[in-house]
Structures are given as structure tokens and as C-alpha cells.
Ligand binder design. Structure first.
Ligand SMILES: Cc1cc2nc3c(=O)[nH]c(=O)nc-3n(C[C@H](O)[C@H](O)[C@H](O)COP(=O)(O)O)c2cc1C
Ligand code: SF4
Length: 405
């Protein structure tokens, strides 16, 4: 029997000219399974599997605007013409399951790893990334112009590849966030110091994109950081000012997140306390643009409450849907007991395997028995068996064997 209790999350919402069938989206997940930057079968299968889960929009995890902007060895790239056809297949595969698609685009900036992207690591100004052990080079004006052109090209390609939305990554310490945050940006030229200057690269990208293709207006969403957890970094008050600036450009939506590589520890604690949702609420109070809350949402009941209490207009889930893509259907059909949860959501630090595998350039996979599995040419039956063993062990440790299958 269908569950009637999810009244708010089942309410349609219109963003730009699109009616969303519900308020649940899958948050961006990058799976490090591209081949030389190109979309692969595994990428198509992973995201179309999410589209089947019942979300109204699937966000494709960060695709880089250039090789230099890439974070992982097998990250997706977009912009150059050669990538277009496979990107079209990806957007089509999501549409097929009645979900909208949004592709997140980024440049890794000063948190880049030269072992992965084989490029010089760059940022708005000198910055030493402790977790990688690399100090970036300061970008020249000429290099900033090149990066601006890469973003413009990537956004236009995303539109040509028929994605419904394009999400610009302005968070997690990646390059455009670095320009916004005084923690990274110590420039004294037109791209530094005042907020208007730190926002300049973003405004230049948006203005040029709209000039080149006005149809893109209304289709760009933004992932925003409400807290860098460092002195001089972004905080909620600064973010409110940034939201006011972006609002002039007819954005599609804002997704609220927080943290940098160097402050990852704080972000998990904050997330667990529901602080990310509080940040979303504060942003919702000052904008008419749709706000998406996310971070540590483990079940759709919590999402329902967040919408009802006006913390957000939509909500996003990543790890819960990785662990069990059947979660939404099970909950809507009153089969909550059958949901296999993400281990990391119950105990901070207990798993996070899906994240660290890609950092080590290993094949993305989740240990739960319900998760999507890559093609057998990538992950053998034995490896899947091994995963299941790890899951059973962690399951016992964390849940006291409550979740047996
Ligand atoms: C494997 C993995 C890949 C991720 N990739 C991205 C990404 O490409 N871009 C991004 O903004 N966030 C990324 N995230 C963060 C998620 O979108 C989300 O913000 C985070 O996992 C917290 O939400 P959750 O508790 O629902 O998982 C990733 C998370 C995971 C676990
Ligand atoms: S690999 Fe671990 S942390 Fe990642 S979704 Fe699966 S259970 Fe959660």
C-alpha cells in the first residue's frame, strides 16, 4: 500500500520551466570511472540506476572543465567537442527514467593532485594543500581568462548535450570557491580583496554564457559553501551576500554545503548535527530561488520534515542512495525495514569507502549488498564477495547485526 504521509515531498515544484515530480534529488556523486575524460558505460549505468530510484533530478558528479581542472585520474571532462556525443547518451539515459539531469562542473584549483591530473596545480594565490602536500602556483590574468573560457565552453556543451540543468561548483575548496574565499584568495588585482572582485570571475562566466546562448538563463544551479571552518573563510553571512549577487543572474537553484579538504573533519561533525540544513534555512529566508538542503539526510522522513518546516524546497541524498538505490520506493511503499543504510551515516568514520577509493584511484564501489555494482570487467565476482564480507563485518559492528539479509 502506498504511504500517504509524504505530502510535502510529493508536491510538484517548478524550476525554470520544468515541473519536478517530487522534492527528492540525488546529490552530485563523482565515481572516477571515465575513460580519458569520456563518459563510459559504467557512468551511464550508475546514473541511470539513480534515475530509476524515483528522484526527480539526478546530479552528475563533478565533471572538470579541462584536464587541468580534473581532480581524479578517471574524472569526466566536458567542453571540447570530442566529449559531446557520449555526454548526450548520459543525459538521454536519465531522461528515459523520467528524471531531470543536472551536470556539475568544476575546476579543482589549489586542491589538485598532479599525480592524478598530470598538470601544474593552480589557484587564485599561493596555497599549500596539506592533504596533498603541494603548493599551487598563482594564476596570471591570461590563465584566468583561459579558465573562464573553459567554463563557458563547458556550460555551453552541457546545454548542447541536453542536460536539463548545469550546476556550477562554488564549494568544497575548488577553484571558483577559492576565488570567493579570502582564505585562498589573497590577490590584490581585479579578482581579489572586495567581494565584488572575488565574484568577478563567476559574473564574467555567467555574462558571457548568457550572451553566447540566452537559452541557458534559468538553467544554472550553484553548489554553495556556508562555512569554510577557517578564519577568513566563507561563512553564512558572507554567503548571504554571494546569494544576493547570484540572484541577479536568474539561477535555477542553490544547494547548500560546507567544508574544504583541510577541514573535512569539522564538516562531518557539523553535518551530523544537521547544521547544513540550518544553513539552507538561512539562505531560503533571503532568496526566492529554490534551495536544496543536503548532507546527512538518511531517510525521506527527514526530508519531508525539512520541507514542511521550510528549511528548503528540495532535498538531496548521496550516500543513502549509493548504499540502497531502492530507498525511496521502499519508504513510499511502507517497506522502510528493508532499507539497507549507509554505514557512515550511523557512525562517523565507520566506512566512507566510496569516497576514498576514488582518491586512491581505485574502482568506485559501495560495500552494501543493495548498492549498484560496476560491470564485471571492472569488479570481479570475487571482489563483490569480498565487499559483502566487509559489509557484514561493519554491519555487525555498527548495527549489532540488526540488518541481516
Ligand atoms: C562517492 C562520493 C562522491 C561525491 N562526489 C561529489 C561531487 O562530485 N561533487 C560534490 O559537490 N559533492 C560530491 N560528494 C558529496 C555529496 O554530494 C554530498 O554532499 C555528501 O556526500 C553529503 O551528503 P550525504 O550525507 O547524503 O551523502 C560526493 C560524495 C560521495 C560519497
Ligand atoms: S561505501 Fe560505505 S560510506 Fe559509501 S555509501 Fe556505501 S556504506 Fe556508505
Amino acid at each position: 500500500m502506498l504511504n500517504k504521509k509524504f505530502k510535502h515531498l510529493k508536491k510538484k515544484i517548478k524550476i525554470n520551466n520544468k515541473f519536478f515530480k517530487n522534492r527528492i534529488i540525488s546529490s552530485p556523486i563523482s565515481i572516477n570511472m571515465a575513460s580519458k575524460g569520456y563518459v563510459t558505460k559504467n557512468i551511464i549505468n550508475f546514473f541511470s540506476n539513480l534515475a530509476k530510484s524515483g528522484v526527480s533530478m539526478v546530479t552528475i558528479g563533478a565533471a572538470a572543465v579541462s584536464e587541468q581542472g580534473n581532480d581524479t585520474l578517471n574524472g569526466m571532462i566536458l567542453g571540447p567537442n570530442k566529449y559531446l556525443n557520449k555526454l548526450k547518451l548520459l543525459s538521454k539515459s536519465i531522461k528515459k527514467f523520467n528524471a531531470y539531469s543536472s551536470i556539475q562542473i568544476y575546476h579543482v584549483g589549489a586542491q589538485g593532485n598532479p599525480i592524478h591530473n598530470k598538470q601544474e596545480i593552480v589557484g587564485p594565490s599561493k596555497y599549500f594543500c596539506k592533504s596533498i602536500g603541494i603548493e599551487c602556483k598563482t594564476l596570471s590574468l591570461k590563465e584566468i581568462k583561459k579558465i573562464k573560457d573553459d567554463f563557458i565552453q563547458a556550460i555551453i556543451q552541457a546545454e548542447n548535450a541536453n542536460f536539463d540543468f548545469i550546476e556550477i561548483h562554488l564549494a568544497h575548496g575548488y577553484l571558483l570557491h577559492e576565488f570567493l574565499s579570502k582564505h585562498f584568495n589573497k590577490r590584490t588585482d581585479l579578482y581579489g580583496k572586495s567581494l565584488i572582485n572575488r565574484f568577478r570571475l563567476i559574473s564574467e562566466i555567467l555574462e558571457d554564457v548568457y550572451k553566447k546562448n540566452p537559452k541557458i538563463k534559468g538553467k544554472i544551479g550553484f553548489r554553495l559553501s556556508a562555512n569554510d571552518y577557517v578564519k577568513n573563510g566563507l561563512n553564512i553571512n558572507e554567503l548571504k551576500k554571494i546569494v544576493k549577487l547570484i540572484d541577479k543572474y536568474q539561477p535555477a537553484y542553490f544547494v547548500i554545503t560546507a567544508g574544504l579538504y583541510e577541514t573535512a573533519k569539522f564538516k562531518y561533525i557539523d553535518m551530523k548535527k544537521g547544521k547544513y540544513w540550518e544553513y539552507a534555512k538561512k539562505i531560503k529566508q533571503i532568496t526566492k530561488t529554490a534551495v536544496i538542503a543536503q548532507g546527512g539526510i538518511t531517510n525521506i522522513e527527514d526530508g519531508e520534515k525539512l520541507i514542511k518546516k521550510k528549511f528548503c524546497d528540495l532535498f538531496g541524498m548521496a550516500q543513502s542512495l549509493i548504499a540502497d538505490p531502492g530507498l525511496i520506493k521502499k519508504a513510499l511503499n511502507k517497506k522502510e525495514k528493508d532499507i539497507i543504510p549507509c554505514i557512515a551515516h550511523l557512525k562517523i568514520g565507520a566506512c566512507h569507502r566510496c569516497r576514498y577509493l576514488k582518491q586512491k584511484n581505485l574502482t568506485f564501489s559501495c560495500i552494501t549488498p543493495t548498492s549498484w555494482k560496476p560491470n564485471s570487467d571492472v569488479l570481479s565476482k570475487n571482489e563483490i564477495k569480498k565487499d559483502l564480507k566487509i559489509w557484514k563485518k561493519l554491519n555487525n559492528e555498527v548495527y549489532g547485526n540488526k540488518k541481516e539479509i
